[in-house]
Design a protein around this ligand. Structure first.
Ligand code: ZN
Length: 85
């Protein structure tokens, strides 16, 4: 397997998103995700940083009131800081 992979950081979410929680996890679930800052594969069943973001759905969105939830994964504290600033 030698497909090239683009390492693109995820854009900062809009101002209506609120960072709920950022902390290190030893285990979250099985599987992997890309670091939102540098794009490396992050094993979610090993130590990593996870960021929870929430936003209130706009009231005009067809009766779907409630919270939207997003989770970003980071390989290191440095990446959390780099992405947040
Ligand atoms: Zn990273």
């Amino acid at each position: 397997m030698s497909h090239t992979k683009r390492h693109v950081s995820r854009p900062l979410p809009g101002p209506d998103w609120v960072v709920q929680d950022v902390r290190s996890y030893d285990y979250w679930r099985r599987g992997a995700d890309d670091c939102a800052a540098c794009g490396v594969d992050v094993a979610l069943d090993e130590s990593h940083y996870g960021m929870e973001l929430l936003r209130h759905r706009p009231a005009r969105a067809e009766g779907k009131l409630g919270l939207e939830r997003e989770r970003f994964v980071f390989c290191s504290r440095e990446c959390v800081d780099a992405w947040s600033h």
